[in-house]
Ligand binder design. Structure first.
Ligand code: PMP
Length: 371
């Protein structure tokens, strides 16, 4: 057990949970149908809007982030509806797969891993498919560390009757996302990333355009029915038993974020990202993402180096946990996250020192500065 107390989790989710949040998780249970819990939910619902930068409801679901992605698809669309799914990584592919699983007519707009699917790509697809009812995209594509230009994509989608759905499971709080100002219709997120909570909560925010689409949706749904969730939401209630402890943790995490100020939190992530990227590129290593997010740095492995070797050394010898690539880029990148609580110098500087040791241990000879 003791070894987990020294572990530094520098994976792009789950991320480290601050002590104040851990303390809030660890207090005696209360019942959810009480004034006491309603007061917490009221505060959480208000503060979530401030973090999502929206005046619209942000619904909290008891699931991981994928649950909110599925909720978005099954509540807005019907089998046969056409949607444009933009992807150049694992999580964009997942959004497309969910839509296919529920019988939607999915037009895949793809690009190679490491680059974005751009606003221009979206514009062309929407011109070709004028009957598209939705566009699915990802803020931070966690599998490649790519940040999508959501503001530009939203400006394109806004000109049409389609709704824009953004998977911000990992990007929210780390990279700027102005839901209402940019005209994003649906934002989904999860608890175990920038929100600095354990896994188990997912979020979905929807504007009026998205809520109107719910009326015509014929896709079967029950537990993830957002009409029921919205009805309960206005009374600071939930249709089913909520994850009471996690919501109490969320209450504290939102306080921490709002006390710091969302723009300051973004700045802290930008400082962390710049520092890590500078160190890594000074070693002669390359970044995998052409348009990198501020929450995670994907470091390409040079010839002869396998990411699993570095990751194993860091984990087993130094208790620092970083992530491998996924799919066909497994073994080819190390994902070094500086997300939420770990976007602080004590965490990412320790992470970098250990990464350096792992490189030396693997025999890497820097082409730039001496190691
Ligand atoms: N989308 C993105 C961008 C993610 O990073 C993740 C989790 N890594 C998911 C979706 C899926 O979330 P979960 O694992 O919480 O279901």
């Amino acid at each position: 057990m003791s070894e987990v107390y020294d572990q530094l989790l520098l994976t792009p989710g789950p991320t480290a949970v601050p002590q104040r949040v851990l303390d809030a998780l660890n207090i005696p249970m209360i019942h959810h149908r009480t004034k006491q819990f309603q007061a917490i939910l009221e505060r959480v619902n208000t503060n979530l809007k401030k973090v999502f930068l929206t005046k619209h409801p942000v619904i909290t679901l008891s699931s991981s982030g994928t649950g909110a992605m599925e909720a978005a698809i099954i509540n807005l669309f019907s089998p046969g509806d056409k949607v444009i799914a933009c992807h150049s990584g694992k999580f964009g592919e997942r959004f497309s797969d969910i839509a296919k699983a529920f019988g939607l007519n999915v037009i895949d707009v793809t690009n190679e891993y490491g680059v974005v699917v751009s606003a221009d790509d979206v514009k062309k697809a929407l011109e070709q498919h004028k009957d598209a009812k939705g566009v699915l995209t990802t803020l931070l594509e966690t599998s490649t560390a790519v940040l999508h230009p959501i503001q530009e994509i939203a400006a394109v989608v806004r000109q049409t009757s389609a709704v824009l759905l953004v998977d911000a499971v990992s990007g929210l709080i780390c990279d700027p996302l102005y839901m209402d100002e940019w005209g994003v219709d649906v934002v989904v997120s999860g608890s175990q990333k920038g929100l600095m909570l354990p896994p188990g909560l997912a979020f979905i925010a929807m504007n009026e355009k998205a809520q109107k689409m719910m009326v015509d949706s014929t896709t079967p749904k029950y537990y993830l029915c957002l009409k029921a969730a919205l009805k309960a939401f206005v009374k600071n209630d939930t249709p089913y038993t909520p994850a009471v402890s996690l919501i109490r943790g969320l209450d504290v995490a939102l306080d921490l974020i709002l006390d710091e100020g969302i723009e300051n939190v973004w700045k802290r992530h930008a400082v962390a990202a710049l520092w890590v990227r500078n160190q890594v590129t000074n070693l002669g290593l390359e970044l995998f993402a052409k348009a990198p997010s501020n929450a995670v740095t994907a470091i390409s492995m040079p010839e002869g180096l396998k990411s699993e070797d570095l990751i194993r050394f860091m984990r087993d010898e130094r208790s620092v946990i970083m992530a491998n690539g996924q799919g066909h880029i497994k073994g080819k990148i190390v994902r070094f996250a500086h997300m939420g609580e770990t976007a602080k110098p004590a965490a990412y500087e320790r992470g970098y020192r250990v990464f350096l040791e792992a490189l030396k241990h693997a025999g890497y000879v820097s082409t730039a500065k001496a190691l």
